[in-house]
Design a protein around this ligand. Structure first.
Ligand code: 5GP
Length: 190
């Protein structure tokens, strides 16, 4: 998505630890028109797939997932990373290593919200090593859902997570794939 590549070049900041900060339009302040244009692009890509739910993880996956799900016309289910007082009943869960926090999280989804009749599209803001998507695929598998694909706004292609998922036959759709990144330059996959 050319407009996303241009926005990353204009507004993105490369931080230490191989992290791209896009706080001005996606991760802290949200450009809602732009968010929904990304949602439309992803929804359009999977338009023949009869998706019944979009699955993501809190917190930064939720915005993109809501935009996608709204354009498809289905609900979003998001995994929580900690037990709260309003999470109860039987749960699906998966242990996932966090790229940005460097710790392990438990992704938790109550069994009420996913079932074997669901065709699920998994959505996140970033794809790096692929651990977050693997955790969500695990949860969808526990529920017996069909995973239609994995869609992401920004894939850091050089970290390999996206290609690992593709090699397993998963349909990964990324709106922008970064092949090289440093404070001096960002190069996208052609
Ligand atoms: P993975 O599990 O694929 O290694 O990392 C993906 C998760 O880590 C995403 O949910 C995202 O929130 C976070 N993440 C990974 N790399 C970046 C990055 O460069 N910038 C931001 N803002 N988040 C990232």
């Amino acid at each position: 998505m050319k407009s996303l590549e241009e926005k990353i070049l204009r507004e993105g900041v490369v931080l230490d630890g191989d992290v791209l900060k896009v706080g001005s339009f996606l991760n802290q302040q949200i450009d809602t028109d732009f968010l929904f244009s990304m949602g439309e692009e992803i929804a359009n890509y999977y338009k023949e797939d009869k998706i019944t739910k979009v699955l993501t993880v809190e917190a930064s996956g939720i915005a993109v997932a809501v935009a996608v799900a709204h354009c498809i016309g289905v609900p979003v289910v998001f995994a929580k990373k900690s037990m709260t007082i309003n999470v109860h009943g039987e749960l699906y869960s998966a242990k996932v290593h966090s790229y940005t926090h460097g710790n392990d999280n438990q992704f938790i989804v109550p069994k009420d919200y996913l079932s074997s009749s669901d065709k699920v599209l998994i959505v996140d803001d970033f794809l790096a090593n692929g651990k977050a998507f693997e955790g969500l695929i695990d949860i969808a598998g526990q529920a017996g859902c069909e995973v239609v694909g994995c869609a992401v706004a920004i894939e850091k292609g050089y970290q390999g997570g996206g290609d690992k998922l593709r090699s397993k036959g998963i349909r990964v759709h990324s709106l922008a794939i970064i092949d090289k990144m440093s404070p001096a330059e960002i190069k996208f996959r052609k």
